[in-house]
Ligand binder design. Structure first.
Ligand code: ADP
Ligand code: AMP
Length: 224
C-alpha cells in the first residue's frame, strides 16, 4: 500500500516488546525501510569500527550510547536513497533529546512522523522474550526458543546462519535495560501522545495478531 509522501513510523516500547519483529514484517508489507539503531551499532561492532568499540562499552552494561553519537549515526543513515519512501524507526529515538533531533532531521527533509505505535507488554513478558531471544549471526533475523522457533534448531531460516544469544539478553543485563527504559525512554510515550501520534498496541498477543493490529493502525494513517 503506497503513499504519495514518505511515511515515517516510530516504534516505541521496552526492549523485548517485539519492535524489531514487527518492523521487519511491516517493512515487507508497506515498502518502508526498517532502521534499527541497535542493528547499526552491532554492525559497527562486527566491523570493529571506532563507533562499534565505543558502543560496546554501553551495550554490554545495558546503558544507552550517548545521544550525540547515536543521533549522528541515524542522521547519516536516513540520508540514503533506500529511506526515500519512509522509515520504520526501531529502537530510535530512546531519549527526549533523540526524539527532538529526529523531528528536526525530518523537518529538514520536508517530512514528519506519521505515527508512533507503542507496543505495550508487561515486564514479565518482555523479560521472558529477551532471555529466550536468539539472533542470526549473519543476517540478524530474530527468533525465540519458545514463541518463534526456527525450522532447524539454531539455524537461521532466512540465510542458514548460526543463531546466538546476545550477551545483553542475559538476565543480569536485561534487568538494567528495563530500568533504563523506564528512566530514559518511557517519557517518549508522553512526547508522542502530546503530538497526537501515539497509538497503543497490545503487544502481549501472538506475533501475527500484533502485526494485524499494527497494519490496521498504520494503514489508517496512510489513507489520510
Ligand atoms: P525488540 O525489538 O522490541 O527488542 P524483538 O522483536 O527482538 O523485540 O522480540 C523479542 C523476542 O520476543 C524475540 O525473541 C521475538 O522472537 C519474540 N517476540 C516478538 N514478538 C512476540 C510476540 N508477539 N509473542 C511472542 N514472542 C514475540
Ligand atoms: P536494541 O537492539 O534496540 O535492543 O539495542 C541494543 C543496545 O544498543 C541498547 O541497549 C543500547 O545500548 C544501544 N542502543 C540502541 N539504540 C539506541 C539509541 N537509540 N540510543 C542509545 N543507545 C542505543
Amino acid at each position: 500500500m503506497a503513499s504519495a509522501y514518505p511515511v515515517h513510523l516510530v516504534l516505541v516500547g521496552p526492549p523485548g516488546a517485539g519492535k524489531g519483529t514487527q518492523a521487519v514484517m511491516l517493512e515487507r508489507e508497506l515498502g518502508l525501510k526498517q532502521i534499527s539503531s541497535g542493528d547499526l551499532f552491532r554492525e559497527n561492532l562486527k566491523n570493529q569500527t571506532e563507533l562499534g568499540k565505543l558502543a560496546k562499552t554501553y551495550i554490554d552494561q545495558g546503558e544507552l550510547v550517548p545521544d550525540n553519537v547515536t543521533i549522528a549515526m541515524v542522521e547519516e543513515r536516513i540520508q540514503r536513497a533506500d529511506c526515500a519512501t519512509g522509515v520504520i524507526f526501531d529502537g530510535f529515538p530512546r531519549t527526549l533529546e533523540q526524539a527532538r533531533a529526529l523531528d528536526e532531521m525530518l523537518v529538514l527533509q520536508g517530512s514528519v512522523i506519521g505515527l508512533a505505535p507503542a507496543l505495550v507488554a508487561s515486564d514479565v513478558i518482555v523479560s521472558d522474550r529477551l532471555t529466550g531471544r536468539r539472533v542470526c549471526r549473519d543476517c540478524g533475523a530474530v527468533y525465540h526458543i519458545v514463541y518463534n522457533l526456527p525450522k532447524v534448531e539454531d539455524v537461521c531460516d532466512v540465510c542458514g546462519g548460526e543463531l546466538y544469544q546476545r550477551s545483553d539478553d542475559l538476565p543480569e543485563t536485561v534487568c538494567n535495560r528495563l530500568y533504563v527504559y523506564y528512566k530514559q525512554t518511557s517519557p517518549l510515550i508522553g512526547y508522542y501522545f502530546a503530538r497526537n501520534l501515539l497509538v497503543r498496541i497490545d503487544a502481549d498477543q501472538p506475533i501475527e495478531t500484533v502485526k494485524q493490529t499494527m497494519l490496521d493502525a498504520v494503514k489508517a494513517v496512510i489513507r489520510k
